[in-house]
Design a protein around this ligand. Structure first.
Ligand SMILES: Cc1cc2nc3c(=O)[nH]c(=O)nc-3n(C[C@H](O)[C@H](O)[C@H](O)COP(=O)(O)O)c2cc1C
Length: 422
């Protein structure tokens, strides 16, 4: 997608470098448009080198290409991070005295503004009114985070971390919300379910992530290769869409988001207990974790010793683990909630193709949506991109998403969840 990354003159301008990286490394085409004040914090050569494109703050450079109109018109997403109090005021009033403010008037794609400033500036009635105006027009003004500000002080006004901003951008873009919601555009919030583009506000979504470990003795376990990246992306995007998210994390190898409730588990039975507890009263459960189908029948209290006989092996007996998805579907009975989403990591073999195995699994599980991914040694596990096939109980056709970032896959899955929630 073609992204315009606007950067205005706040101390958090340096964080936009990481946001830029997240976009470019996922294959997006990014043009950085800083304000003159932003260039006091991070210089044009940094933006040019990181984006691979020329950088200008004014409307006069390359005037023959009419950049003040071209950039906004051709963008699929405009994000301003950080957005200063000054930038919000200009956008709310339709001023256009530099390239970024011109882009905000010509863009007809979703516009995301990520304010960052001292708490007093954020709470000032002038800023509150500007934010209200922008949201009423369909711009997505994100809430600043709380925490350390420019000096030694703390409070609300901090720019959210780049990965959160990135997830929020993808989530907003994927809903198609605000297709004419530029700072100067009209309101189009139907697809997003709210003027702030947070269609899951008021919903509770349980997401499981990672891979379980089944203990064998105090040292060893049987595990799987799931990194938890897809589940964490789901949690991030659901939180960015306004949901209260409970993330049940089984041995996740990646950093967990701060704005979700985390329950850490180790084994499949712990995962089951935690998910069932969180599912009570939830609107949806997305089971992205990879539980183990089997566990050792006996767990040794002491480390299993190697036999004195060098060639001797070890015979393990495994016992079946509970099927968590089937349990959730059974517990729901005839109720409509929670919507249950299962994941099926499949490989093809002599007995059938990936999709044949996946269809049989979908029939067994009874979930509302099954996300199928083909796995193999260098596929899916730990990768940043994913290709999935979405099978819905209420539709015959299967939709393929990807190859796409795990955030984009998460957004596609949550789009279906939103539809199912009505
Ligand atoms: C060290 C320093 C840090 C600043 N941080 C912020 C900030 O985080 N948010 C903000 O709204 N303004 C901040 N300002 C003030 C803006 O730079 C100033 O309002 C400027 O005119 C913004 O211009 P722009 O909106 O065109 O980028 C800061 C100024 C200085 C000197």
């Amino acid at each position: 997608m073609r992204v315009v990354l606007g950067v205005s003159g706040g101390i958090a301008a340096y964080k936009a470098c990481s946001l830029l990286r997240l976009f470019t490394e996922s294959g997006h085409d990014v043009t950085v448009v800083p304000t003159a004040a932003a260039l006091e914090f991070v210089g044009a050569p940094t933006w040019a080198a990181l984006s691979g494109k020329p950088v200008s703050a004014d409307v006069w450079t390359s005037a023959h290409e009419v950049p003040h109109v071209r950039l906004g018109r051709s963008a699929d997403l405009v994000v301003v991070a950080p957005a200063t109090a000054d930038l919000l005021a200009k956008a709310a009033h339709g001023l256009a005295d530099d390239l970024l403010t011109n882009v905000l008037l010509t863009a007809r794609c979703p516009v995301v503004l990520a304010p960052a400033m001292h708490t007093e500036m954020w709470e000032h009635p002038a800023t509150r009114a500007n934010v209200r105006t922008l949201r009423e027009r369909g711009a997505h003004v994100l809430e600043p985070a709380e925490g350390r500000l420019t000096g030694a002080d703390t409070g609300k006004g901090r720019l959210p971390e780049p990965d959160e901003l990135y997830a929020a951008c993808l989530a907003i873009r994927s809903t198609g919300a605000g297709a004419s919601g530029g700072a100067g555009g009209t309101i189009d919030t139907a697809a997003s379910g709210g003027a702030d583009g947070r269609p899951l506000r008021g919903r509770t979504i349980v997401v499981s992530a990672g891979g379980t470990r089944e203990p064998l003795d105090p040292v060893r376990y049987l595990g799987n290769r799931s990194s938890g990246k897809q589940g964490v992306a789901l949690a991030r995007v659901a939180a960015a869409r306004g949901a209260r998210v409970v993330l049940v994390a089984a041995n996740v190898a990646v950093e967990l988001p701060e704005d979700v409730e985390v329950v850490r588990v180790e084994s499949t039975r712990q995962l089951q207990q935690a998910v069932e507890k969180a599912a009570a009263g939830a609107d949806a459960v997305v089971m992205a974790a990879a539980p183990a189908d089997f566990r050792p029948a006996q767990v040794s209290a002491t480390k299993i010793k190697k036999s004195a006989d060098e060639g001797a092996g070890l015979r393990l007996q495994l016992t079946a683990n509970p099927d968590i998805v089937r349990g959730l579907v059974a517990a729901r009975g005839s109720a409509a909630r929670p919507v249950v989403v299962s994941f099926a990591a499949e490989t093809g073999d002599d007995s059938g193709s990936v999709m044949e195995h996946a269809r049989a699994k979908f029939a067994r599980k009874g979930s509302d949506l099954q996300v199928v991914n083909e796995v193999g040694r260098d596929r899916v596990f730990g990768a940043d991109d994913n290709t999935v096939h979405l099978m819905r109980r209420d539709r015959a056709e299967v939709r393929t998403v990807g190859p796409a970032s795990k955030e984009a896959v998460a957004a596609a899955v949550l789009d279906v969840v939103q539809e199912l929630l009505g």
